[in-house]
Ligand binder design. Sequence first.
Ligand code: 5GP
Ligand code: ZN
Length: 114
Amino acid sequence: MADCLFCGIISGEIKGEIVYQDSSVVAFKDINPKAPVHLLIVPRKHIATLLDVEQGDKGLFGDILFAASKLARDHGISEDGFRVVLNCGAGAGQSVFHIHLHLLGGRALRWPPG
Ligand code: 5GP
Ligand code: ZN
């Protein structure tokens, strides 16, 4: 989608530190990390928010979660615990309107989040 930051990173038009990609999912390092490991996991398909997910996207979210599990192992945060976050809407802190999971780990994570 034109003017979408994450579509730009996926296509290579915008620089991103990509750590994983397959036919449906791309993961890259967050530019402003909130933990020692902070990755963003996105579908190649442009979907703005969780509220825009359609019936046909259900399998895609299995792929995204499976990638999160693999990346947690590959980045050494699986044993100590990690967090997966999906902000939906500006009121929850969503600032980029291409749906993404945050994968956070490498430090103690408090609950509940602010
Ligand atoms: P949100 O606030 O929408 O849940 O998360 C958006 C995330 O994208 C933020 O954690 C922010 O640091 C990250 N971000 C914003 N601009 C860029 C960018 O140009 N490159 C990368 N890699 N991450 C970005
Ligand atoms: Zn997009």
